[in-house]
Design a protein. Structure first.
Length: 110
């Protein structure tokens, strides 16, 4: 099956705790991720979900980072890869970037 043959909304909807609305939103972010890694497809294959790609996408994308991380997390689950927060050793750059952004957010709240 080619990545372009996957019904991404259906696939994500079948994951635990995802509603159709959530799946639709995730599909938008995952399309943006595919564009970020220069792919003309909707749903990248698992080799594109590297620490460097995830970190760069979340850092350089001007949309909601929490939702993006949730969407990427669902794709990792779909591909049988470890989750971002359940295994920080697999995504050290992404975790560092997330902590920097979170600390900046806290500073801006003061």
């Amino acid at each position: 099956m080619l990545a372009s043959d996957i019904n991404i909304i259906q696939e994500i909807s079948e994951l635990p705790l995802n509603t159709e609305a959530t799946s639709t939103l995730y599909a938008v972010y995952l399309k943006e991720f595919a564009q970020f890694v220069n792919l003309p497809i909707i749903y990248p294959s698992k080799e594109f979900f590297t620490d460097e790609n995830i970190c760069g996408f979340v850092f350089f994308t001007n949309t909601f980072r929490k939702a993006i991380l949730a969407a990427v997390g669902s794709a990792l689950l779909y591909h049988g890869l470890p989750g971002i927060f359940s295994s920080s050793g697999n995504y050290p750059s992404t975790m560092k970037m997330y902590k920097v952004i979170y600390n900046l957010y806290l500073l801006l709240q003061l």
